[in-house]
Design a protein around this ligand. Sequence first.
Ligand code: ATP
Length: 297
Amino acid sequence: MTVSVRVPAKVNVQLAVGAARPDGFHDLANVFLAVGLYDEVTVTPADELRITCSGPDAGQVPLDRTNLAARAALELARRYGIEPAVHIHIAKDIPVAGGMAGGSADGAGALVACDALWDTRASRDELLDICAELGSDVPFSLVGGAALGVGRGEQLRTLEVGGTFHWVFAIAERGLSTPAVFREFDRMNEGLRVPEPVASQELLDALAKGDASALAGAVSNDLQPAALSLFPELEHTLAVGRGAGALAALVSGSGPTTAFLTQNAEAADRVAEVLLASGSCRAARVTEGPASGAVVL
Ligand code: ATP
């Protein structure tokens, strides 16, 4: 028997970051939108735990037990007293280390796939609990759609979305490490008073209405200055996308993927063409959100 699960990437339409807490983590107000770039995680019974990965970024994905997909399978197996003898294959389309939660998506995908393969019938709450243990973005990968994450981002409230939003994602030539971006955020804010992170009501209203222009006026990412400080070339990419007619241009999560919101699908195609022709990114992907969370195929 084989089980395949499709899991989406995400963009943070708002990422409000509080001051570093004594434990080093940051309180966040995080508005996630799942978008239609997907990884597919396939699990098959095997002699022992094994991971393979295919796709253009496959070489950058760890194939040992640090892979979030492996960690998800190991944790579910541990809780249910099952031998984690499974071959996990990741068909990777989400950029690696791109700020689009690709690793988190694979964790959620492997969890849902192993739950089905082993017939563990874990409750949704238990699956979400394992996701939260694996990482702060993993629960959202399971749920998809749009959600507000508070705390470290792992406590989720599902959000209404009144329409489809059109996006272009520019994939950068190299990755950025999320912890390094948070360290740069801390360095840039040293000695400053960092406000409590709160979700923007204007942004939540724009999502609920499905109003792209209103959403464009409300998107924000507190990690953007830190990502730009570590990767200054991204300023140019953002400017090119804006010049090509994007309603909003921002760094996706911790970057370095940049996200461009457009009025419609045609505008998205045009922005993607201009971005690619400018040579300021490795690839430009046109897609839509919200997308559904982890689904068994
Ligand atoms: P986020 O948006 O959640 O901060 P990201 O999209 O920036 O994450 P990922 O693609 O999730 O970054 O990868 C970050 C790092 O995690 C990689 O460099 C890799 O070392 C590690 N990693 C662990 N499991 C995976 C996986 N299944 N796929 C990709 N990277 C993984």
